[in-house]
Design a protein around this ligand. Structure first.
Ligand code: KIV
Ligand code: ZN
Length: 510
């Protein structure tokens, strides 16, 4: 029997970007979209074009650069949103307009201050308007799982007749449980006469932790498109984690009778890239991609694994592209060794990029006995940041004194975008406070530090410290990252990176 294909609709760049504290630039989004393309997702929801000029720009750029997958933009049920969505995606090879409107009484009456008849009319006219531009139109009844089923069926029938080619049953508030959600999908199939003319999609939120299970239950009941985000990002508790849904389909193909076109060996890298770019760490016990997902601690399990892997593993680490870690580099390693290891990790560098990386690698290897894969990932992350950020204030020198009988003092020299050096000395409540005050007095842009996180990138006393900061400016959040064997330097790099991103974004706006 041929297995039906389940389409994977990735909304990391739209719903995922609604995660509190996310703050991506167009470059960041393009980078994520490239990885999603390599991963093999069928549809990339690249943003919500009408929501801001920055989102419009990101959707437009991705539409022009990424050829293979369908590129979708979200739009509310109004002509202005739909026009803007089309304007942003019109150059895509395979464009899709995704319109949505609330369908539950609670949202229709209290949020929209409307009524079910008006919503039905708006849904129909919006789908018709979108169809004038594009054959591929998706319609989402928002809060479908708390919607009166009879109204839901009528709404779905009407939008399919109006030209929607995909209908997306959204569990917007993560209220449903798997058996109930499966039944809803089944009842949609039975009670919407034109349903065979459309793809049934589902979009599950994770407020009760059921998003992936609800998505799988939907597949068992006939859904053929799953929406979700890498690492389960998304509004509030997030969306279905795509790596979980994909690996469930992969691992339980016989039972589910479906397949995807995903290259599962790209999951690990995509997950790490998304975590890095969004600045949201992955919990160690996260299914599929957490640091402990393939680690066996119990003696009994280790014994079993050594005898036969499948005793305690239902999938292999290699199947999701976990790096083998067989080669550790050091200060005697050459360019060829570095190139080969980076290629194994999935990085294909030009000659110039390799030269630049090799210089950074040598500096790191001088300070660290062993340079591991995690160190290389951190190195590549800072190179990506440097390439993706427009206005560059660069750290030149930094000197800090502190101690239990001393006022923490930092002296910093920073090179401005015109190449001029600026030096400042400041004191603070601690060394990092002194460093940040010093940077602020040179860069001089109003901002509030809303998050500061330090973690060890690798193990051991010579570990690289990774610092992530979030800074707020005029209602927007910007993420900054930096890594170094010295956490004060890593902190300075992270803060400057965040400020550079802020300045890049605001200079684009002006
Ligand atoms: O959660 C939701 O309902 C959404 C829609 C816009 C599909 O994100
Ligand atoms: Zn959502």
């Amino acid at each position: 029997m041929t297995k039906k294909q389940v389409l994977i609709f990735d909304t990391t760049l739209r719903d995922g970007e609604q995660s509190a504290g996310a703050g991506l630039t167009t470059h960041d989004k393009l980078e994520v979209a490239r990885y999603l393309d390599l991963l093999g997702v069928d549809i990339i929801e690249s943003g919500f074009a009408a929501s801001s000029p920055a989102d419009f720009e990101a959707v437009r750029t991705i539409s022009e650069e990424i050829q293979r997958p369908t590129i979708a933009s979200l739009a509310r049920c109004n002509f202005k949103d739909i026009d803007s969505a089309w304007d942003a995606i019109k150059n895509a090879q395979n464009p899709r307009i995704h319109v949505f409107i609330s369908s539950s009484d609670v949202q229709i009456w209290h949020q929209l201050k409307s009524n079910p008849e008006e919503v039905l009319d708006l849904a129909i006219s919006s789908v018709q308007h979108a169809r004038q531009y594009c054959e591929d139109v998706e319609f989402s009844p928002m809060d479908a799982t708390r919607t009166d089923p009879q109204y839901l069926y009528a709404l779905l029938e009407a939008v399919i007749k109006a030209g929607a080619s995909t209908v997306n049953i959204a569990d917007t508030v993560g209220y449903s449980i798997p058996s109930e959600f499966g039944k809803l999908i089944n009842s949609v199939r039975k009670n919407v006469p034109s349903i065979n003319k459309a793809t049934i999609s589902v979009h599950c939120h994770n407020d009760l932790g059921n998003a992936s299970a609800n998505s799988i239950s939907a597949i068992e009941n006939g859904a053929t498109q799953i929406e979700g985000c890498i690492n389960g990002l998304g509004e509030r508790a997030g969306n279905a984690a795509l790596e979980e849904v994909i690996m469930t389909i992969e691992t339980r193909q016989q039972k589910l009778g479906v397949h995807t076109n995903i290259d599962t060996t790209k999951l690990f890298r995509t997950s790490r890239l998304v975590s890095d770019i969004f600045g949201f760490p992955i919990q160690a016990n996260k299914a599929i991609v957490g640091a402990n997902a393939f680690r066996h601690a119990s003696g009994i399990h280790q014994d079993g694994i050594l005898k036969e892997r499948t005793t305690f593993e239902i999938m292999s680490a290699e199947s999701i592209g976990w790096p083998s870690n067989s080669l550790v580099l050091g200060k005697l390693s050459g360019r060829a060794g570095l190139k080969s290891r980076l290629e194994e990790l999935g990085y294909r560098l030009s000659k110039d990029q390799l030269n630049q990386t090799f210089t950074e690698f040598k500096l790191l290897a001088d300070r660290k006995r062993e340079v591991t894969d995690a160190d290389l990932e951190a190195l590549m992350s800072s190179q990506r940041d440097a390439a993706n950020t427009l206005t560059m204030y660069a750290l030149d020198t930094i000197q800090v004194t502190c101690g239990n009988h001393q006022t923490p003092t930092a002296t910093i020299t920073i090179i401005d975008p015109e190449g001029n050096p600026h030096t400042n000395t400041s004191t603070g409540t601690g060394p990092i406070d002194a460093v940040y005050k010093s940077i602020n007095s040179i860069v001089n842009v109003a901002n509030e530090l809303t998050e500061f996180r330090v973690e060890a990138v690798t193990e051991g006393i010579d570990a690289l410290g990774g610092v992530t900061v979030r800074i707020a400016h005029e209602g927007n959040t910007y993420v900054g990252r930096g890594s170094d064997t010295d956490i004060i330097i890593a902190s300075a790099k992270a803060y400057l990176n965040g400020l550079n991103r802020l300045l890049s974004a605001t200079s684009l706006k002006n």
